[in-house]
Design a protein around this ligand. Structure first.
Ligand SMILES: Cc1cc2nc3c(=O)[nH]c(=O)nc-3n(C[C@H](O)[C@H](O)[C@H](O)COP(=O)(O)OP(=O)(O)OC[C@H]3O[C@@H](n4cnc5c(N)ncnc54)[C@H](O)[C@@H]3O)c2cc1C
Ligand code: SF4
Length: 509
């Protein structure tokens, strides 16, 4: 008998493991305290993962496979991967053990040490999910000075022949971002797809009997993560039919009353591998080809870039840079994350709205993550470890391989510019340009000093001033440092005084 492990984010039913039913194979799946407790997760994230895993196990059994599944409250469950594997190997008298390569370094290391200690033969196989191998990005950038994503994206477009015509990018351009920077001025947005999920309520109730320390709230109506493959595909098709046509245009927009705008909400399904990136891209391209009047090239290209470009790039970078990447703090930031990141109790409307969304839905779209919560944490000069732990816990789609480079690299510039060419920081002016938050805020978006001055403003100029050593030589920061140089010394002193007041006690703002 071979024991084959399936981790909670390895729910790929099209994996070659499952092509044939083999009575000599026993699949094992575990809900474990090891996984619920290594960081404080959002309740919807835990419910979502367990529900998706249970459905997956049921599907395998329905298809005729043998499955041993430990729920979180199963008395047989030893709550730790090593212990459970050892127990199962003895229980079924296994003669071999196999696993799919984990996407997280932490689990990769753990499985290496588990298998090293086993006395039976072991095999590690690919998850058959990504469009690149673990090392493909490393090989691609070998000998190159900069890791700019755009070059990798072009390589991927050519390699996979997506949106290509005779070896050239469709429409003559690789990137249509210049059409994709609009703000949302209001109007009708199709409601988000509501998956038909069972099990989630039952699991939520079951979890109430455990002493799990979680973030946020659970409400069946607000739970929008698809936990089966069929529902994930239905959510994707809904996106292609109703939202893709405006995806790119409003990709960077933020709005007080719109949590989802035209975003796909598919990251949970993708990261648990219920659906795979190739089918997501191909279904979206099919929708574009079927109705080019409705879905423009700028929309489809913007979407394909997220999956084929950013998602694969982030994964490759993670494997290129780990484990050192997790320790990086090139801007020497050591502050604490404000308590309001767990309560939304702040008068700053942009933060209040984005954090409340996250607490209610275990979701925020990219620009809220990058330019509101991430931006503010960086301006406060927060320790990236704290920022990572928050992002890893609060979002249902957060698995370390994708969360870490996005947070530590893209959002906190803690890698010193491996991923981003400059820090994503802004004053209130950017927030006001891309959203309607400022109109509903207690603070004045234009003021830099004074009781009612927008905290982003003083923090922004103070950040540039504090980080001169690290950032002034960055070409892309030249204009910002010119503007900083034009602020009179007495005014800068007042700005810095206000900034330090905010940094000392951000929860008072
Ligand atoms: C600080 C920070 C932390 C983040 N943490 C995560 C995370 O833990 N897990 C995660 O999946 N994404 C993360 N992202 C990327 C992005 O915000 C989410 O993928 C996206 O918001 C998911 O929602 P959606 O499915 O509606 O995406 P859409 O906006 O509809 O985009 C479609 C898909 O593109 C992919 N994508 C887009 N941008 C990225 C990106 N930068 N990196 C990787 N994939 C991308 C995702 O798979 C996403 O589902 C993070 C971004 C930032 C700035
Ligand atoms: S005024 Fe400042 S704090 Fe208020 S919403 Fe705008 S950017 Fe945020």
């Amino acid at each position: 008998m071979e024991v084959r492990l399936i981790l909670g984010d390895q729910l790929n039913i099209n994996h070659s493991w499952f092509t044939d039913v083999n009575n000599e194979v026993c699949y094992v799946m575990f809900e474990m305290r090891q996984e619920t407790d290594y960081v404080r997760h959002h309740i919807q994230k835990v419910v979502g993962f367990f529900a998706a895993m249970r459905h997956f196990a049921r599907q395998l059994e329905k298809d005729g496979h043998t499955v041993i599944y430990y729920t979180i409250d199963d008395p047989n469950n030893l709550q730790n991967l090593s212990e459970n594997i050892k127990k199962l190997i003895t229980l079924v008298s296994a003669t071999s053990f196999a696993y799919q390569l984990p996407d997280e370094y932490r689990l990769d290391q753990q499985l290496k040490s588990i298998t090293a200690a086993l006395t039976i033969p072991t095999t590690a196989v690919d998850t058959e999910h990504f469009l690149t191998t673990r090392t493909e990005l490393t090989e691609f950038y070998e000998g190159k000075k900069s890791l700019v994503m755009e070059f990798f994206y072009r390589y991927m477009r050519k390699k996979h022949d997506y949106l290509m015509v005779n070896g050239q990018p469709e429409g003559g351009s690789w990137n249509y971002d210049k059409f994709n920077r609009n703000t949302w001025k209001g109007g009708t947005i199709p409601p988000p797809y509501k998956p038909n999920n069972d099990l989630v309520n039952q699991i939520y109730t079951q979890l109430q009997n455990l002493d799990l320390d979680t973030i946020g709230t659970y409400n069946k109506d607000a739970f929008l993560f698809a936990i089966t493959r069929d529902e994930s595909l239905a959510q994707l098709d809904y996106f292609c039919a109703h939202l893709l046509q405006d995806f790119g245009t409003y990709q960077d927009a933020m709005h007080q009353d719109e949590t989802n705008l035209f975003h796909a909400r598919i990251s949970f399904s993708l990261n648990t591998k219920l659906i795979d990136p190739a089918e997501v891209i191909e279904r979206a391209i099919d929708a574009y080809r079927a109705d080019k009047e409705k879905i423009s090239l700028a929309q489809i290209e913007g979407f394909v870039r997220q999956i084929l470009g950013w998602r694969e790039y982030i994964r490759g970078l993670y494997w290129k840079e780990m484990p050192q990447y997790k320790q990086k703090n090139e801007l020497n930031n050591h502050g604490k994350l404000p308590a309001f990141y767990w309560t939304a109790a702040t008068k700053m409307n942009c933060l209040k709205t984005s954090i409340q969304n996250s607490l209610d839905n275990s979701y925020a779209h990219h620009i809220q993550r990058l330019m509101i919560t991430g931006n503010f944490a960086l301006l406060l000069q927060t320790n990236p470890d704290e920022v990572d732990a928050w992002y890893l816990g609060i979002y249902a789609d957060a698995v370390e391989w994708v969360q870490l480079p996005n947070t530590r690299g893209m959002s906190q510039f803690a890698d010193g510019g491996i991923l981003a060419t400059k820090p994503y920081v802004s004053s209130g002016a950017y927030v006001n340009k891309m959203s309607n938050y400022c109109g509903n805020c207690s603070y004045d978006k234009k003021k830099r000093i004074g009781q009612d001055a927008c905290p982003f403003n003083s923090l922004y100029w103070n950040f540039l001033d504090d980080k001169k050593e690290e950032l002034r030589s960055n070409n892309r920061m030249g204009m910002m440092y010119n503007l900083l140089g034009k602020i009179k010394p007495e005014e800068l002193a007042n700005i810095k005084e206000r900034a330090y007041k905010i940094m000392e006690n951000p929860d008072a703002f």
